[in-house]
Design a protein around this ligand. Structure first.
Ligand code: ZN
Ligand code: ZN
Length: 576
């Protein structure tokens, strides 16, 4: 049916497609299911087609063939309602039409997009039943569906069962693990791939997955090894790979290396390259260099987009450069660059930290969209710092209206009331908390020692050396008391005893990780820790003192930025 193919390939609008259909009907060609299914496929997929129309034609076919089903399932899988593809697949079975490997592949793609956790294993069972399990491509799709749905255990199982693993399977799993918050496993798999498969080399896609895992973990040594590999295979001619390397070094806090890669790139820098480098500087709190680079980018003829502006505003935020931030924020309107909630959030944070709460509130009010919870939390945090009860009440009221179930919001407000002696209000907030199922996001930290990544939760005793770690931490706390340290217990609830409060703080994951670093790395070497949440005030004070007493440089990357502790001070200059 090359004739139909050639006609379809010339089609450039929906009305032409309908003319073509009329032509096929009058010439009788439309009776042949081969041409009909080609037409349906085009109609369901092509930008000149129309999925609804394809489905309409489908409904008028008395006994549709497999390819016709496939056309509609494929179209639905790519539509904004991929779940419909699964429903359609079920109706196909009901009409006792046997699916083929393609049908399963399209349906699994729909499962991946619809995050259909329950349906994926069901389709998997059918794949086995119909005898398609040897199909490598189909298995890769299956793997992808499992890993997108977050069902990584099953994804790993599929992977292990596969007798022929091609590069796309490897890549799918590494990327799936890296995106599924399981970077440690992703890296292990990357290592395994390099060790096991002499004849199969990681390609650009593989290294991107591995780099993303390293960035999440802050695993700079492992990241360095991936970079060496990239250089040895000349994969650094690819700009996307280079950007990912810059991002990785940036997120691992090795700014020098990030800059090196940026300066020595063999390929042309794209806007993403510039944005990544500016963001790396911003996270590091190097506001001036970040802004300098932002200007250099303009001089290099690359127009700043909303990501560039966000990076530059973040840089101002982390360096406390209020006026510069305001200028950038205003410039966005002038140059017609669209703002999103992150730009507003960063400005509110910047103004809030500087104590300019009224201006921050004005920015919130000027937003064209509904402010999100993070924004109100930012304002609430700033109100707490500056003891502004009125603003805190406005923000927490909004948070309650939005159905916030985040423990920190309530703690902040309750502590603010407590600081003012408004015990009645403290009680009210506490009651409200009990009424709602308030969740606490668990804090955890990573540290890389001797090529292995260790994870610590608050109060964690899973590490085989936990006794030694706690013993060291107790010694640390004892020694820093000599320097006048008092635990900043207002970071926890007010109504638990002082001693309990101190204990709750003492064993925060970042303290455990640093303590582990102290006992397992040589004196004088740098300790680098990576935390999922924002570092708390108490840990900040303690780590500053550790850096002084133990003469160690300590780098902590938290959710928003880097802290480089050295000789009793922090690079953030208390701005975080
Ligand atoms: Zn802490
Ligand atoms: Zn700091």
């Amino acid at each position: 049916m090359a004739y139909v193919d050639s006609l379809l390939s010339k089609c450039t609008s929906f009305s032409q497609l309908k003319q073509l259909q009329a032509h096929l009907i009058t010439t009788g060609i439309f009776q042949f299911y081969t041409s009909r299914s080609k037409f349906l496929d085009f109609c369901a997929i092509s930008p000149f087609g129309n999925l609804l129309y394809a489905a309409h034609i489908f409904r008028h076919i008395t006994s549709p063939c497999k390819n016709e089903y496939n056309a509609i399932i494929r179209g639905l899988a790519q539509s904004h309602k991929p779940i419909d593809a699964i429903t359609f697949y079920i109706s196909m079975a009901r009409d006792s039409c046997m699916p083929d490997a393609l049908t399963c592949s399209f349906t699994l793609k729909a499962c991946a997009r619809a995050l259909a956790r329950i349906e994926t294993p069901q389709i998997h069972a059918q794949v086995i039943r119909f005898g398609f399990s040897a199909d490598v491509l189909l298995r890769t799709t299956l793997l992808d569906a499992y890993s997108k749905c977050g069902d990584l255990r099953d994804a790993c199982k599929v992977f292990d069962e596969m007798c022929v693993r091609d590069i796309a399977s490897w890549n799918a799993l590494i990327a799936g693990l890296a995106q599924g918050n399981r970077p440690t496993e992703a890296l292990l798999l990357f290592k395994k791939m390099r060790e096991e498969n002499v004849n199969m080399e990681p390609n650009e896609v593989t290294v991107l997955g591995a780099l993303s895992a390293c960035s999440q973990l802050g695993a700079n040594k492992e990241g360095g090894r991936v970079h060496d590999y990239i250089k040895s295979k000349n994969l650094d001619g690819n700009v996307i790979v280079c950007n990912a390397v810059i991002d990785m070094y940036g997120k691992c806090g090795i700014l020098g290396r990030a800059y090196e890669v940026f300066n020595e790139m063999k390929c042309l820098r794209t806007r993403v390259t510039w944005n990544t480098m500016i963001m790396a500087l911003a996270m590091y709190g190097d506001g001036e260099q970040a802004l300098e680079l932002f200007e250099r980018m303009g001089r290099a003829g690359i127009e700043a987009d909303s990501v560039s502006y966000l990076a530059a505003i973040c840089a101002c935020n982390h360096a406390g450069m209020v006026e510069e931030g305001m200028k950038l924020f205003d410039a966005m309107d002038r140059y017609g660059v669209s703002k999103n909630v992150k730009h507003y959030g960063s400005m509110v944070d910047l103004l809030g930290r500087a104590g300019r709460l009224d201006e921050a509130y004005k920015i919130v009010q000027s937003m064209p969209t509904v402010p999100d919870a993070v924004l109100w939390q930012t304002l609430l945090g700033a109100s707490k710092t500056y003891g502004n009860v009125e603003m805190a009440e406005i923000a927490s009221k909004k948070l309650v209206e939005m159905g916030s179930d985040h423990c920190g919001d309530f703690v902040l407000l309750s502590n603010l009331y407590a600081a003012q002696g408004r015990w009645h209000d403290v009680r009210r907030v506490r009651e409200a908390m009990k009424g709602q199922d308030v969740k606490k996001v668990p804090g955890f930290s990573y540290i890389e020692v001797g090529g292995t990544i260790y994870k610590f939760m608050n109060g964690d005793k899973n590490n085989p050396k936990w006794e030694e770690i706690y013993w060291k931490l107790d010694e640390v706390l004892l020694r820093i008391r000599e320097y006048g340290y008092v635990a900043e217990t207002n970071y926890v609830f007010h109504d638990i005893g002082t001693e309990e409060k101190e204990n709750a703080l003492c064993y925060h994951s970042e303290k455990l990780a640093v303590s582990f670093g102290l006992i397992s790395t040589p004196d004088g070497t740098c300790i680098s820790v990576n935390k999922n949440l924002r570092i708390c005030g108490d840990c900040h004070v303690v780590i500053k003192l550790i850096s002084k007493i133990y003469k160690r440089e300590i780098i902590v990357r938290d959710r928003t930025r880097f802290h480089r502790f050295k000789d009793g001070t922090c690079s953030c200059k208390e701005y975080w």
